[in-house]
Design a protein around this ligand. Structure first.
Ligand code: C2O
Ligand code: CU
Length: 492
């Protein structure tokens, strides 16, 4: 089990530019779109092939966007409108979810809940405004444990009007595959063992769709590295050796620049981190980037290979602070409180019993409530549910809302992970502040759209529910989501 301790660099140099674009209203009606600000894109979801494993292995059959792995990087300026026509060339239905982007409900890509799924051969056009600058990504929300697992995902980058100054702006889409010895896809998607344990953790890790070897860098160089975890289930804990990366954004949202806790950049599935990465080692040297998340399963992700010619000798003093996004600040004094408890999985009954006595801070007899909930869950487990939110296992995307949040009001959701496993919990349509962990206020009150919860951990999040509609709340370990760990909250 895990122990939570805590590229292809080809893009042209990306420097600050002054071409400001007005950000406009948060969720303007479509008729207000300024023609000049609309950016049109096309994406085609379909089968493809990719050189995932290194030579002498051949290509692997995958599903992907536009024949590319990852899908094409969609890159716009903050405040621009995107119009993206998605064509479905798969043999099954699909949708696209713009993960982390605060889109209007009808553009959120949740099958049946927010749209009719895109049938094979059909096209659906999404349109929304890039209200927040930052690092986002897109992926299907229909049978995502298989569609994402086969390679359907891509980065969506929204540039600030005045980005931080760096030499290069680089995106690493991290992923993880379960391949056979001959580099074919293992076809065991959605098997019960993965669902009950930590999901489809694979055996082959890629950066931008390839098993990486070395990444060329130069001494003195400053890179903005945008990390995106697109894996179904693998959690990363990246150690950059003697480098001292500075985290400047989490899940696309600016954060007070800081050194990662314990020196590890930790990313659960769907999570992103932007780091300012100064190349401080000697010219001609090599430094390994090691993934240390799973205890005793550390491995070298990639080597940074320093060229012989330094770019500069002096340390940089360019500021690393990003401008804030237009997020409404929750008012904790008046916030309405809600409780959400996650249960189930292997060893779930044991954890519930163990935590039953310690969950009484709402003043109710929670041990008794937990006992009742457990009986219900036992029944549901026999009918196929494995994971539960507030005692209910989802069977599809259409459900009665588990929470109704008064619109434009501040809300605190106190979440309890009463399981023996990690869960990256994602809310649609909103970013939230992570305000406490196990009763202790967080130091940075970071904005996230996906928060990684450790086994038995309690986390409080706070936000203003300003985006009306029915939205998903789910674990982003896609096998957990498929096995019930999903619910709907309504903003009305
Ligand atoms: Cu990244 Cu509900 O999704
Ligand atoms: Cu989970």
């Amino acid at each position: 089990m895990s122990d939570f301790r805590v590229p292809t660099l080809t893009r042209r140099a990306f420097l600050a530019s002054a071409a400001a674009v007005s950000t406009g209203a948060m969720f303007p009606p479509q008729s207000h779109a300024r023609a000049a600000g609309i950016r049109e894109f096309r994406l085609r979801a379909g089968p493809g092939r990719a050189q995932i494993a290194p030579d002498p292995h051949g290509e692997t059959a995958i599903w992907c966007y536009d024949g590319k792995l990852p899908g094409p990087e969609i890159r716009v300026r903050q405040g621009e409108r995107l119009r993206i026509a998605v064509e479905n060339a798969l043999d099954e239905e699909t949708t696209v979810h713009w993960h982390g982007v605060r889109v209007p409900n009808g553009m959120d890509g949740v099958p049946h809940l927010t749209q009719v799924p895109i049938a094979p051969g059909d096209t659906f056009t999404y349109e929304f405004e890039a209200v927040d600058a930052g690092t986002f990504w897109y992926h299907p929300h229909h049978r995502s444990f298989e569609q994402v697992g086969r390679g359907l995902y891509g980065p969506l980058i929204v540039e600030e009007a005045n980005p931080v100054r760096v030499d290069r702006d680089v995106t690493w889409v991290l992923s993880d595959w379960r391949l056979t010895k001959t580099a074919e896809m293992r076809e065991d998607f959605g098997n019960r063992h993965d669902m009950m344990h930590n999901g489809r953790v694979g055996n082959t890790v890629t950066i931008n769709g390839r098993v990486p070897d070395v990444v060329p860098v130069r001494k003195g160089e400053r890179v903005r590295l945008r990390l995106i975890n697109a894996a179904n289930a693998r959690i990363f804990g990246l150690d950059f050796g003697d480098h001292e990366p500075t985290v400047i954004a989490l899940d696309g949202q600016p954060v007070e620049p800081h050194a990662p806790e314990g020196g590890l950049v930790v990313l659960g599935p769907a999570m992103r981190a932007d780091i300012i990465f100064d190349m401080t080692a000697e010219a001609g040297s090599r430094v390994s980037v090691i993934d240390r998340f799973y205890k005793d399963l550390e491995y070298r992700l990639v080597d940074l290979a320093y060229g012989d010619q330094p770019l500069r000798q002096t340390a940089l003093d360019w500021p690393a602070l990003l401008p804030p996004n237009p997020l409404p600040e929750p008012d904790l004094a008046s916030a309405i409180r809600h409780e959400v408890t996650f249960n189930g999985g292997m060893m779930g009954a044991m954890v519930m019993q163990e935590m039953g006595g310690s969950m009484g801070d709402t003043g109710e007899d929670s041990a008794g409530a937990m006992g009742g909930m457990m009986g219900d869950m036992m029944n549901m487990m026999h009918s196929g549910g494995i994971w539960f939110i507030n005692g209910v296992a989802a069977e599809g995307h259409i459900m009665d809302p588990m929470l109704t949040l008064a619109r434009d009001k501040s809300h605190v959701i106190a979440m309890t992970n009463a399981t023996a496993w990690h869960h990256p919990i994602h809310l649609h349509g909103h970013s939230f502040r992570v305000i406490s962990r196990n009763g202790k206020p967080t130091r940075l009150r970071e904005w996230q759209d996906t928060v990684l919860m450790s086994p038995r951990e309690r986390v409080e999040i706070a936000f203003v529910a300003d985006n009306p509609g029915d939205w998903m709340l789910h674990c982003h370990i896609l096998e957990h989501q498929a096995a019930g760990m999903m619910g709907v909250f309504r903003v009305a």
